[in-house]
Design a protein. Structure first.
Length: 445
């Protein structure tokens, strides 16, 4: 039996060296999980032994080769498409043959069609999302970015203004000389449905509250003390105090807070709380902007004045924004810690409609079947996959511009290799000794 015992030792020592060698060879493989050889002893048995305590051992066998799914070091790469999982979960991918696999290797790429793929050409799977990055389905799909065609232009539908009007200035018509209507003005670039830019100018002038349309068209808030007219077009004779009709009016209280917004006819469009937030109606003034591009037609955005104040400081615009834009080409892709894909375009827009990376978890990670290229397949031992959102529950957070390095510890592997070498030599010595004993027996006279 000693020959068999020694040979079994040589066999498992050789397998151990194979596993160690594979670990060392993949020490720099992204997402690699080290393996270890686990042993079981062999015991001779005979009929009627009755569980005797003096049953001899007859060697060793390899019980299993198990992978260790401990966290690898996160390494920063700076590549936006590189993705590391910090915590539990695997990326789900669909191979070119249609089979599903799982991996921790996040070195992703974009193919010519905008699909997010692995180095083996497998499609990365995820959930579709709305414009806010919220999943709209629990069914995974192949993630794809429209890199070829530009995003369509969007006509301006809203202009949001935040500025301060100087409460110290007199009513423009009573000043000597009359205050030019262009004194307090600003401009913003708006867009039509074809993405053509249309400059929109806004001018503000203090008016007499007793003669303004607010007094007849709508009753202003009782606390309103000052009123301003809003213009978006000035005539050529503006220097003499003439102007086109106002597009709206604003009424302020004694604290400098905007109390009401009114359209050109003096009809109340909204009242405002002391914090500047709109209450009741929309609080937005309807505008009509003449478009030189007659094919696209005029645009009709709403002017939001919730951020306007009237304090005793100089006129200053703190914010003037609009929601339109021209067409834009894809420039970059970013992925946040929750796996939401954000695409950036040359027109300055960012969209979250690209989807969300899906992560898969298993009851028993060590039951997964390794298939090479850092990929694993589900098995009966692993249990069925559970898909979910990154950073939620058992699923780890994602880090863009980084990869998870191999969890192989080279120092430990080198020590293990020396130990396995000693084991191999010792088992070989067992066989050598047994051979010498047999030779002695054969040569007895």
């Amino acid at each position: 039996m000693s020959f068999q015992t020694g040979l079994s030792g040589l066999n498992v020592a050789s397998q151990t060296l194979d596993v160690i060698g594979n670990n060392i060879a993949n020490a720099n493989t992204v997402g690699m999980k080290e393996s270890r050889t686990e042993f079981a002893d062999l015991v001779a048995s005979a009929f009627g032994s009755g569980g005797s305590t003096d049953t001899p051992g007859i060697g060793v066998s390899t019980a299993t080769i198990s992978q260790q799914f401990t966290q690898g070091t996160i390494s920063i790469t700076g590549n936006n498409l590189d993705l590391a999982v910090n915590g539990g979960g695997f990326f789900q991918v669909t191979r070119t043959d249609g089979t599903i696999a799982y991996t921790r290797d996040g070195q992703f790429k974009l193919d010519k069609d905008g699909n997010i793929i692995t180095n083996t050409g497998a499609n990365v799977m995820g959930f579709p999302t709305d414009v806010n990055g919220v999943p709209t389905s629990i069914t995974p799909q192949k993630l794809s970015i429209p890199t070829g065609a530009p995003i369509a232009a969007k006509a301006t539908s809203s202009i949001t203004a935040a500025f301060n009007l100087d409460s110290r200035v007199p009513i423009a018509a009573t000043a000597t000389p009359p205050t030019p209507l262009s004194t307090y003005g600003t401009s913003v670039t708006t867009y039509d449905a074809q993405g053509n830019a249309i400059p929109e100018n806004l001018y503000f002038t203090k008016i007499d509250p007793t003669t303004s349309p607010i007094a007849t068209g709508s009753t202003p808030p009782t606390s309103a003390t000052d009123q301003w007219a809003i213009y978006d077009t000035l005539n050529a004779t503006e220097a003499n105090g003439n102007a086109a009709a106002p597009v709206g009016f604003m009424a302020f209280n004694s604290n400098g807070t905007l109390q009401g917004a009114y359209d050109a006819s003096g009809t109340l469009q909204g009242t405002y709380a002391p914090t500047g937030t709109t209450t009741g109606t929309t609080g937005q003034l309807p505008l009509t902007i003449t478009n030189p591009n007659t094919t696209a037609g005029n645009i009709s955005p709403a002017l939001n004045l919730s951020g306007v104040t009237q304090y005793g400081t100089s006129f200053a615009v703190s914010s003037l924004a609009q929601d339109g834009y021209t067409a834009g080409n894809f420039t970059s892709l970013n992925i946040d810690s929750k796996g939401v894909l954000t695409t950036s375009y040359s027109n300055g827009q960012t969209l979250k409609t690209g989807g969300m990376i899906a992560l898969g978890a298993f009851r028993n990670d060590q039951g997964l079947i390794p298939t090479g290229s850092g990929e694993y397949q589900e098995s009966f031992k692993s249990g069925p996959v559970v898909l979910g959102d990154p950073s939620v529950g058992q699923f780890g957070a994602l880090q863009s511009g980084a990869v998870e390095e191999s969890n192989v510890d080279l120092t430990s592997e080198l020590v293990n290799m020396m130990t396995a070498q000693r084991n191999y030599q010792a088992n070989a010595q067992t066989i050598k000794t047994e051979d010498q004993v047999m030779s002695t027996l054969v040569n007895l006279r």
